[in-house]
Design a protein around this ligand. Structure first.
Ligand code: 0A1
Ligand code: ZN
Length: 884
């Protein structure tokens, strides 16, 4: 395969070596002839030397796995000696200052299983060009700082491919005598090649429209496979909500005449923001109550928003180079999270964001693939679509939002969009715009972009009753990460509050200042700093890192009673949840210690009381109660555990605690299960979602506790449910516990939903994550199941991804057989889809966190993968970094 490394180690690309492009492209005319055997791509580019460069030199175009048919400069075809070709580029040594370049290539999209460039998904031609897929379509300067105007003509068989789409507006169409037809598209906005898109297929269209704030009409078209038209209502509604939100919140209006979205089944990620033609993974768009869960509905709304918001943060203002990826991704995730918070519940959204950050990003930041939000080198850029670039990047933008305040932040983003519209820029340009629009100096803050590693904060408190002062001593440490041994202290906003012993929030006053509100943001800038509050007569309970004001690991020696107190009283809902999680973690780790020592595990009374209080109290927000009652997952506990991680002890302690809590609070869970039933039509609104969440969480506890009424209720609900949230809400805990009747229910579920690929993904995932069904033998069976397909990334994620991430107990079985099996799958997948293989290979990356026996077993597998002579660059990078 031309994808492979051909044995030698690839050279990293470095930010420090950035140079502007030698040649610029003003216009691109593309003609695609889509065929069953071959697709022919003809391009006509107007090229000129970049005036920013003293000497342009030869023209070098990127290209991979292309068959070159012809190349001509200013209409003159070049002979063999006039250009040079290698596996990654086409070079023309002699070119004029300005010229037209014509290139014709042939490709075989139907054989493209990597899903980069032009490929086929269930018979539909589609593209994925970010980050470097365009070079698999034609020879081109495939870098984000080359922006051009595109006109695209697509020719294809009229019957098989009646729908032919590209970016921009449709400016022409016609039929040919041979049964083919053609459509021409023109994109009025200059764009980098990574935002190019094309679709050709037999698809159904659902249409609507939106009137923008200035009164422009935008046609909204969503294309899906025939038969799925009834699953796009929610996406369409979400799109209109997102458009209105961006107008109201950022003053950004849609600049298009037509906004098109196409759903495809085979897609490496969630979705892609191609200008005016988003391409979506079906899992990120199709939903109806019978087939999609509440979580799916919310995820779809978030992703629709995310891709739409990119139209400004990413497309109108784009990236100078891939090191700046977080400029668009961190900012857009922040926008998306804010949108979801406004649509549902802000504290619940915050909890979910933080949970995701902690389960995915903190481990990354603490392992061999740790990198800064703005990385400074890469081997394969596709490996950098990471939680650090996305989620930590969003946290960095969020901190600036809070440091500046909403008004100055908005002034800053207005300035950023106005001054860089139509240009390819850097994270530095973004920070500078925010600084210019406010009086803030963000020089030290910039370290968040360049220093990797999650800072640790150690807080000690001191109360002086005589002086009525309360002092917080805060120390920060930024851990060493690969390539970064010494760190500088960071600028960290730490939001705090103080509670008196009755649970009231104290008004805060710092030495030498006027009294303020009840939350104060301390700006930590030194390695160690103290902050003193005055007028604090009674020893208060501190509420620290309110709203998770910075992406740090906080260490504080709260007593269990203080945590329970915060959980019951804190005015900051995030810190309430946090206190409950900390309480749960402590109790779980006591269980882990007991299990390891061979002692009997015990359930903490404090936890029982705290959870009981939540269930019985009328704590208002049910969604929040459900979040607080949710156990920290095994992966998160593993991340918190001191070396060596013991996946078995974690699993057993968690299981024990869940079951005992359910038994101790059986009546409360039963009551909550019954009280939150609702009839009537399914609606994915915040109130109904919260009730279902609490109801199904209660059910899951009851099943886990072996409570007969709970098991009965689950068996019934799995059959009678009228929506997927409730159906899975019953089936998932049944499969997790393997209660009698589970096998039959799984079978019935399969029979009912086997023709719905998105539902089958859930069916696979709940088995892959069950300690009973997700054994090695179980996983092998799932891979052999007729509904499984190695070429479909959703299926690979549902079985192998879910197994490695969501079933650590079985994945890390001490005999190491799951490791061998998993490495086999990585190697097999690497031939098919390197991006997916590299993603799976990350399951081994933190092997040093485990005991020596497991370390040795995982290392063997990493080495075996590394030795594969045909290994892709993607997987090679992950494996070599993991081995360190
Ligand atoms: N830019 C997209 C994510 C994306 C990235 C890479 C892809 O293929 C390798 C596909 C999609 C987003 O942030 O939504
Ligand atoms: Zn994005």
């Amino acid at each position: 395969m031309a994808d492979s490394r051909q044995q030698q180690s690839p050279r990293p690309v470095r930010l420090a070596e950035y140079t502007p492009p030698a040649h610029l492209v003003d216009t691109v005319q593309l003609r695609f002839e889509l065929g069953e055997e071959w697709t022919t791509v003809s391009s006509r580019l107007t090229v000129r030397a970049n005036p920013e460069r003293i000497e342009a030199g030869p023209l070098v175009l990127d290209g991979r796995e292309l068959e070159l048919l012809e190349v001509a400069v200013d209409g003159r075809p070049l002979g063999e000696g006039e250009y040079a070709l290698d596996a990654e580029s086409l070079t023309i040594p002699e070119v004029p200052e300005r010229f037209t370049l014509e290139v014709t290539t042939r490709i075989r999209p139907q054989e493209n299983t990597a899903l980069e460039g032009l490929y086929k998904s269930s018979g539909t031609f589609c593209t994925q060009c970010e980050p470097e897929g365009f070079r698999r379509i034609t020879y081109f300067p495939d870098r984000s700082d080359v922006m051009a105007r595109y006109t695209t003509t697509i020719v294809a068989d009229a019957q098989r491919y009646p729908v032919l789409l590209s970016n921009g507006n449709r400016i022409g169409a016609g039929t040919l005598t041979d049964g083919r037809h053609w459509v021409q598209w023109e994109d009025p906005f200059p764009k980098p090649s990574y935002l190019f898109a094309l679709v050709g297929g037999d698809l159904a269209r659902v249409a609507d429209s939106y009137t923008t704030m200035s009164g422009r009409q935008v046609a909204l078209h969503i294309y899906v496979e025939h038969g799925n038209e009834d699953k796009v209502d929610h996406a369409m509604r979400s799109l209109k909500e997102a458009m209105a939100w961006d107008e109201a919140t950022y003053g950004r209006e849609c600049d298009l005449d037509v906004y098109q979205i196409v759903a495809v089944e085979d897609f490496n990620m969630g979705a892609m923001e191609n200008k005016g033609l988003n391409i979506f993974n079906t899992s990120a768009i199709l939903a109806k109550p019978e087939t999609a869960t509440d979580a799916d509905f919310q995820r779809i709304e978030a992703i629709i928003g995310h891709e739409y918001f990119h139209n400004w943060s990413g497309n109108r203002v784009t990236l100078r180079d891939w090191f700046q990826l977080s400029l668009k991704e961190g900012f857009t995730v922040f926008r998306e999270q804010h949108f979801s918070a406004d649509r549902y519940s802000a504290p619940v959204q915050r909890i979910e964001d933080v949970r995701r950050l902690r389960t995915a990003q903190f481990p990354e930041d603490d392992g061999p693939t740790a990198h800064p939000v703005r990385p400074d080198s890469y081997i394969e850029i596709s490996n950098f679509y990471t939680p650090t670039v996305y989620e930590k990047g969003a946290e960095v933008v969020r901190m600036m939002y809070h440091l500046l305040g909403p008004e100055d932040f908005r002034r800053g983003t207005d300035l950023f969009f106005a001054s860089h519209d139509g240009r390819a820029v850097t994270t530095e340009d973004f920070v500078r715009a925010l600084e210019e629009a406010s009086d803030r100096d963000l020089s030290q803050f910039r370290l968040w972009y360049t220093q990797a590693g999650t800072p640790r904060l150690f807080v000690d408190a001191e109360h002086d009753p005589g002086a009525a002062t309360y002092t917080l001593h805060v120390r920060q440490e930024v851990p060493e990460t690969p390539g970064q041994a010494h760190k500088q202290p960071m600028h960290i906003p730490v939001a705090v509050g103080l509670l008196d012993r009755a649970g009231n929030a104290l008004p805060l006053r710092m030495e030498g200042e006027e009294p303020g509100g009840t939350t104060r943001v301390l700006e930590l800038r030194e390695a160690e700093q103290s902050f003193t509050f005055t007028g604090v007569g009674e020893d208060p309970v501190p509420s620290l890192l309110r709203g998770f004001s910075a992406p740090v690991r906080l260490e504080h020696d709260h007593r269990d009673q203080d945590l329970a107190f915060l959980l019951a009283h804190d005015e900051d809902l995030f810190t309430r949840w946090e206190a409950g999680q900390e309480l749960a973690c402590r109790s779980l780790f006591r269980g882990v210690a007991a299990y390891q020592a061979g002692d009997e595990m015990r359930l903490d009374e404090t936890l029982v009381e705290a959870f009981g209080g939540l269930l019985r109290g009328d704590a208002g927000d049910k969604a929040l109660v459900a979040e607080a009652l949710t156990q920290p997952d095994e992966g998160y506990l593993a991340d918190l555990m001191d070396w060596p991680v013991d996946p078995e002890a974690i699993h057993q302690a968690r299981r024990f605690t869940r079951a005992r809590l359910a038994q101790a609070l059986g009546d409360d869970f039963l009551y909550s299960y019954q009280a939150n039933q609702e009839g009537g039509e399914y609606r994915p609104d915040p109130g109904a979602i919260a009730r279902r969440r609490l109801k199904n969480l209660s059910l899951a506890y009851l099943v886990a506790g072996g409570v007969g009424e709970g098991i009965e209720a689950a068996r019934e609900q799995v059959h009678t449910a009228t929506n997927m949230t409730d159906r899975l809400g019953a089936l998932r805990p049944m499969v997790a516990e393997d209660v009698p009747g589970t096998a039959e229910s799984l079978e019935a579920f399969y029979t009912q939903w086997k023709d719905e690929p998105e539902v089958m993904d859930k069916w696979f995932a709940i088995q892959a994550t069950s300690p009973h069904y997700g054994t090695l033998a179980g996983i092998r069976r799932l891979l052999e199941h007729p509904a499984f397909n190695f070429k479909n990334p959703n299926k690979v994620r549902a079985v192998l991804g879910a197994f490695a991430r969501g079933n650590p107990y079985r994945f890390h079985a001490p005999d190491g057989e799951a490791y061998t099996f998993f490495a086999d799958q990585v190697l097999r997948l690497d031939r098919i889809n390197p991006q997916m293989a590299a993603a799976l290979a990350r399951a081994f990356s933190r092997f040093r966190r485990y005991d020596e026996a497991r370390q040795r077993l995982m290392r063997e597998q990493l080495e075996r993968i590394r030795q594969d002579p045909q290994l892709s660059r993607d997987t090679f990078e992950i494996v070599t970094k993991s081995l360190g």
